[in-house]
Design a protein around this ligand. Structure first.
Ligand code: GLN
Length: 484
């Protein structure tokens, strides 16, 4: 039998229900795997062994009783450290929240707990989800399991690396400008950003509230569908959450993409895409055509404004959201003074890292009086043009296709220029600005490193992009390959 940590959620679920394996064995296999490889990968900020074993025993009791259980019952998962877990440290990769224990669970955690999933621990990330390499974590960088000298992508780099290295069967991340899809691409796993409003943001520590979405990482489209199924759906505690019902994602994975209209955004090749990445993705597109899809070119003319618009809107929202870290209510507090203003200043000076401060300054500037119209309002107007690009494209096409990241994983420390780092998300940011959904799936390899294929879908068309992803997996084996 293959090692337990190599099973898919679907396979493990079937074996659990047939009582061929127990959740305790499965969980132990993953905790062992963490002990063996996480010294090198450093995906976790916290491993919750005791909790995991308790939850595994509980799941096994349900199996023993023959209870009807969810597909995630007894399945070991990892959670990005930006998602609030009741009584369990939630740091956002920041010294500001070091030791912070939320008094409540995020909605997605309530749902995973209700489904009986096992939590292995919290995963490393760029501080407050600002970054594309997980090098901006205040604690340590995470390494790419495919090449330990390289970054895993970010900001959900810990979650992507954990799933890629067999330390978790699935994981949750958050995507504000690409933080699920880009690390998924660089680590050869599936990472899905749902439509804005599909998954509740309640208990997700806010970065940019009009862009943030929680989504799944897994090693197959089917597994990602199972996780999305468990976390998606209406929640009154998030006023931007959609009341729309959730379809049965797995039931729609029928392998059939005949006649499906796939659009290739021409502007997406012009964004500094590496030739090796372009070659792989063009081959993937040819494959989808062979499978019966109708492929055509499409124009998203405002693509080049995506990154500049994002770097007004996201920092503006972040500067407001991060004002709450004042040393009074949460986490780190500078106490070595009797002066209130000094305490506030020093708390923020020592609590936040350089990238977070850069964003707060950018955002505060963009919102300051006199500049509000010039920057923020202007950005909001261009944002609506970007949304219209998608609306128009989806009148003609069911799915848009592109690389998820213009390049393969780069070396740790290789990019120090913030602007160059921001450009890593040039192909993922537009979907966040529009609010539509997207997934990155294993698309092949360039220089021995994973290339992510990005499938972009219309609002609430997660079922469509997952169907294409699953159909693609049926004729390729990229998603089954393991790092050495
Ligand atoms: N890399 C982008 C940023 O730094 C996106 C991050 C994210 O999606 N959370 O803002």
């Amino acid at each position: 039998m293959t090692e337990l940590y190599k099973l898919s959620i679907q396979e493990a679920g079937a074996m659990l229900r047939a009582r061929q394996i127990s959740s305790v064995e499965l969980t132990r296999a993953h905790l062992d795997r963490i002990r063996t490889v996480d010294d090198k990968v450093k995906a976790f900020t916290l491993v919750t062994d005791d909790l995991a074993m308790r939850q595994a025993h509980e799941a096994d009791r349900h199996f023993a009783n023959g209870d009807t259980v969810s597909a995630l019952m007894g399945i070991p998962m990892a959670i990005k450290d930006v998602i609030c877990t009741k009584g369990i440290t939630t740091t956002c990769g920041s010294n500001m929240l070091k030791g912070f224990r939320p008094p409540f669970d995020a909605t997605v955690m309530e749902r995973l707990n209700a489904a009986g999933a096992v939590m292995l621990g919290k995963t490393n990330m760029d501080e407050f989800a600002m970054g594309s390499s997980t090098e901006h974590s205040a604690f340590f960088p995470t390494h790419n399991p495919w090449d330990l000298q390289r970054i895993p992508g970010g900001s959900s780099g810990g979650s992507a690396a954990a799933v890629a290295a067999g330390m978790a069967m699935g994981a949750l991340g958050s995507d504000t400008g690409g933080s699920i899809r880009q690390p998924a691409a660089l680590c050869n796993v599936v990472g899905l950003k749902p439509t804005y409003g599909r998954v509740s943001r309640y208990g997700l520590v806010a970065f940019a509230s009009s862009l943030d979405q929680i989504g799944p990482f897994a090693r197959s489209a089917r597994d990602a569908a199972l996780i999305l199924q468990a976390i998606a759906g209406p929640d009154l505690r998030d006023s931007t959450n959609s009341p729309q019902g959730v379809p049965d994602y797995v039931a729609r994975l029928n392998g059939d993409i005949k006649g499906l209209r796939i659009g290739v955004p021409e502007e997406y090749w012009e964004q500094g895409t590496q030739p090796g990445v372009e070659k792989v993705v063009r081959e993937d597109i040819a494959k989808l055509r062979e499978m019966g899809a109708e492929v055509g070119e499409v124009s998203l003319p405002h693509t080049k404004y995506g990154v500049p618009v994002y770097y007004i809107i996201a920092p503006a929202e972040a500067s407001a959201n991060l004002a709450r870290y004042d040393g009074v209510k949460y986490g780190y507090s500078y106490r070595d003074t009797s002066d209130m203003w000094e305490a506030l200043e020093k708390t923020r000076q020592y609590g936040f890292g350089p990238e977070v401060k850069r964003r707060i300054m950018l955002g505060t500037y963009a919102l300051s009086s006199g500049y509000n119209d010039k920057y923020y309002k202007q950005a909001e107007m261009v944002r609506s043009l970007i949304t219209e690009d998608f609306t128009r494209a989806f009148e003609k096409f069911d799915v848009l296709i592109s690389p998820a990241s213009p390049s393969v994983a780069f070396k740790l420390g290789e990019i120090s220029d913030p602007y160059e780092m921001y450009m890593q998300d040039v192909l993922t940011i537009p979907a966040n600005l529009a609010g539509t959904c997207g997934v990155s799936i294993p698309g092949g390899f360039s220089q021995g490193l994973p290339v992510g294929l990005q499938l972009l879908g219309n609002f609430f068309a997660e079922d469509t992009i997952l169907r294409v992803a699953d159909a693609f997996e049926r004729v390729t084996d990229y998603h089954t390959r393991w790092p050495g």
